[in-house]
Design a protein around this ligand. Structure first.
Ligand SMILES: *Cc1c(COP(=O)(O)O)cnc(C)c1O
Length: 387
């Protein structure tokens, strides 16, 4: 690969991504790291419940840091299997309504470990076309044959299942809440297909854990479907304000993952401070619904302001995609907003399909009513000024 031509091609097409160092204050606002600008209202964070700076998380994190040290020192199958991992795993299993759970270093590592542990060269995977990159990478690593079905299209999935009926071990992989579109998978319809075709069902709840369900167990909990989901995966890095990930399922599933998931086996256990934060977060979200109610009040304020200005298809979740289409235009709008103090990301291919560049607004509990209304106004102005 020629670096110069690669770079100019990416710049030309508006695809070049660049890092933007920031300092985040405890109220969730961002400043440029050299303080040359700011504050920025952060509409790009997945810290939906504003738990990353919660005193309860900080306290538990410090406690575990002081009692267990900075690092685990080894992989868990060596001498690194700290008792605190098991404490968190038990609480996560309960949160997810499953028998057992296993921690992974991150959501990316979880998906790259779980899928190849379950299926191999002679098996088949059916994946929603809009699945997260980590799910795709997991599928590719498994060497199974991959069939992508049209986003949320159960007729298409059924067609594919029918064609491949009874041949090999089949896994269906979906997200419960899609990270770039903010829409849900049709979980009930998937489960009726599962009952007919008998596949394994894996649901990634990265953006739903903590945000949905009466106890924060995600959309699987909200829809009462825990017993029908074979592998419930999710992360601690988003609404739970910490880092790392989990897989939850039957005791047998977890035994299999301990023995076969390479990203679990060949990697050091998570740092104790991270486990403390995750444990406190799981306790907070399962204790009461207040944080979720507060979040969705804010979501309502932002959406109402946008729909009054004529913007449509804003969905029902805390993730609000504003479709722009052209990548360069999406970047221009994002730059315009940033100058006004609003940080929203332009999401471009290859993260989303060609021609569907968008601005992705995620709402967090940090955002105040006046900030939400300000951002909505700026967005509407930007769309008007730049089209
Ligand atoms: C963010 C995300 C991941 C990766 O999780 P990390 O903990 O950030 O590595 C996996 N799946 C989905 C659907 C995600 O949105």
């Amino acid at each position: 690969m020629n670096l110069d031509s690669w770079l100019s091609e990416y710049t030309e097409k508006g695809l070049l991504r660049e890092l933007t160092p920031v300092v985040r204050e405890s109220d969730g606002r961002l400043f440029a790291s050299n303080r040359s600008s700011g504050p920025l209202y952060d509409f790009s964070s997945n810290d939906y419940l504003a738990l990353a700076t919660s005193p309860e998380l900080l306290a538990k994190s410090k406690e575990f840091l002081e009692t267990n040290g900075c690092g685990a020192g080894a992989a868990r199958l060596m001498s690194g299997d700290l008792a605190i991992y098991h404490l968190l795993e038990e609480e996560v299993a309960k949160l997810k309504g499953q028998e057992s759970a296993l921690l992974f270093g991150s959501g990316y590592m979880a998906n790259c470990g779980i899928i190849p542990a379950l299926v191999g060269r002679n098996d088949i995977v059916f994946a929603d076309r809009l699945n997260h990159a980590s799910l795709y990478d997991g599928c590719h690593l498994s060497r199974a044959e991959i069939f992508r079905f049209r986003h949320n299209d159960m007729n298409h999935l059924e067609e594919l299942l029918y064609k491949k009926k009874g041949e090999k071990t089949a896994l269906v992989v979906v997200e419960s809440l899609y990270s770039m579109d903010g829409d849900r998978c049709p979980l009930r319809d998937l489960i009726s297909l599962k009952n007919r075709f008998g596949f394994m069902l894996m649901v990634d709840e990265a953006h739903a854990t903590g945000v949905y369900g009466r106890c924060g167990g995600g959309i699987i909990e909200e829809e009462g479907m825990a017993e029908h989901v074979d592998i419930a995966m999710g992360t601690f890095g988003k609404a739970l304000g910490s880092y790392g990930a989990y897989a939850a399922g039957t005791k047998q599933l977890i035994k299999l993952l301990i023995n076969r998931a390479r990203t679990f086996i060949y990697s050091t256990g998570l740092p104790p401070a991270v486990i403390g934060a995750s444990l406190a977060a799981v306790r907070i979200v399962s204790r009461d619904d207040t944080l979720r109610k507060e979040l969705f009040e804010k979501v309502g304020i932002f959406k109402t302001a946008l729909s009054e200005a004529g913007l449509e298809n804003l969905g029902l979740s805390q993730i609000i995609p504003i479709m722009i289409g052209n990548s360069k235009k999406a970047v221009k709008i994002a730059d315009y907003l940033r100058k006004k103090g609003v940080f929203a990301t332009a999401v471009r291919p290859p993260t989303v399909p060609e021609g569907s560049a968008r601005l992705r607004f995620s709402i967090t509990r940090h955002l105040e009513e006046n900030e939400l209304l300000f951002a909505a106004r700026q967005l509407i102005e930007a769309i008007g000024a730049l089209s």
